[in-house]
Design a protein around this ligand. Structure first.
Ligand SMILES: [Zn+2]
Length: 409
């Protein structure tokens, strides 16, 4: 099985400079080959990789780079190209590959060779060919049987450097999360966008301003003479307002999903395909379920990238069931509180559901929580409401102080 483990790097100022220089050279190589791709007919991935030696003859800086990683920059371009083709074949609207600006090319990958994780006198460093030894914060151990297949070094928009280790283990069962404190259940809903088993409830994103601007632009369009120059100009304004709205929503979902994927070792959610959406008033049902679907897809691929377990559980009865004793009680939609007639446990309705989702998720990966996790420690002490606006403000306190790290991709 293959997993990703992500670790924070602590490069010195000198190493930081080297990392940035390498990153930028790989970017220039990517752009150079993109230019070739657009100018020369019939280029292929392997043909282009084979061009590298002759390009190195006049582009002397490239000799400072690790040659396999250099090849990888070219391969990345062609991998992006084939992904784009796949998306197009699946009927999606796609643009063309774009030139990468300095802040858009954030990572490079050492594949198979050129890296070594070393542990000397309690200090772990990542040795990268042509770069040096970078201290690693090894906040969790790699599984014993793990072989590191590749290392992606990435600079986040915050300026922090990370190493994502792609590892392969012999056994097929995923390594279980060891620390129940780093496991979370998430309930998606209407009143709050997410409610998690740690007691955080994130409000829905307020898009009313963007919607109003869009409607105003559409009204203006209807007053223009159809087909006139003014009409066409206004059409572009309407399109722009649409894009603004979509971008803001996606940005929110990116930040929120990145937060969960990074902060936790296991994330449990409801399987939306099976979730009864009938609980929702019909006017908000479609929009909400589409956005939850996007959120869960983002969460799933981000978890995969971060090496976080992602579990989708059976959603039946998560609201009715008592997370502490398992007894089911009917609850009308307006009842915001869970109060168990059998064991007396009371909690916010969504908090109880989030706990059920977490326990089902742990159950599914085979973690026995009854012994290792006394129920008391798993309970949130209360609900902390977090406005969606705060999730959007990168660098501020966000959900918790740690959220500052969880900025968008
Ligand atoms: Zn109960």
């Amino acid at each position: 099985m293959r997993y990703n483990y992500r670790y924070r790097l602590d490069p010195s100022d000198t190493l930081r400079g080297t990392l940035d220089r390498h990153r930028d050279l790989y970017r220039q190589v990517y752009n150079h080959f993109l230019h070739r791709l657009k100018r020369i007919d019939g280029t292929t991935k392997y043909g282009e990789v084979n061009e590298l030696p002759s390009i190195k003859k006049w582009w002397s800086d490239l000799s400072d780079l690790y040659s396999r990683t250099l090849q990888n920059a070219v391969e990345r371009l062609y991998d992006n190209l084939s992904r784009l083709k796949d998306a197009k074949e699946n009927g999606r609207k796609v643009g063309s590959l774009k030139w990468k600006a300095p802040n858009e090319y954030r990572s490079f990958t050492y594949r198979q060779s050129g890296f070594k994780l070393k542990n000397t006198s309690g200090r772990t460093v990542l040795r990268l060919s042509k770069i040096g030894e970078i201290p690693v914060r090894l906040h969790r151990e790699l599984p014993d049987s793990a072989r590191i297949k590749q290392v992606t070094v990435k600079k986040e928009p915050t300026g922090e450097w990370f190493a994502v280790l792609g590892i392969e283990t012999e056994n097929d069962a995923p390594p279980k999360p060891e620390n129940p404190d780093r496991c979370v259940g998430i309930d998606v809903g209407i009143l709050s966008y997410t409610h998690d088993s740690d007691g955080f409830s994130v409000g829905s994103l307020d898009l009313s301003e963007e919607r109003e601007r869009l409607e105003r632009a559409q009204r203006d369009l209807s007053r223009k003479e159809h087909g006139s120059a003014n009409y066409r100009t206004q059409q572009r304004v309407v399109a722009q307002r649409h894009t603004d709205l979509k971008r803001k929503r996606r940005d929110f979902l990116h930040r929120l999903s990145a937060y969960y994927a990074r902060e936790y070792d296991l994330v449990a959610v409801e399987d939306l395909d099976a979730k009864g959406l009938m609980e929702l008033p019909s006017n908000s049902r479609n929009r909400a379920s589409a956005s939850w679907g996007t959120f869960l897809r983002m969460l799933e691929y981000k978890c995969e990238r971060e090496g976080t377990h992602f579990v989708a559980v059976d959603p039946r009865g998560t609201t009715k069931e008592c997370s502490q004793c398992g007894v089911s009680t009917e609850k009308p939609l307006w009842a915001r509180e869970h109060s168990c007639p059998s064991c007396g446990f009371t909690a916010d309705r969504d908090a109880n559901a989030a706990l059920n989702i977490l326990f089902r998720g742990l159950d599914q990966v085979g973690v026995v929580y009854s012994d290792s996790m006394p129920v008391e420690t798993a309970l949130p002490t209360g609900t902390t409401a977090v406005p969606a606006k705060r999730v959007m403000e990168a660098g501020s306190s966000g959900l918790t102080e740690r959220t500052a790290q969880a900025v968008s991709e």
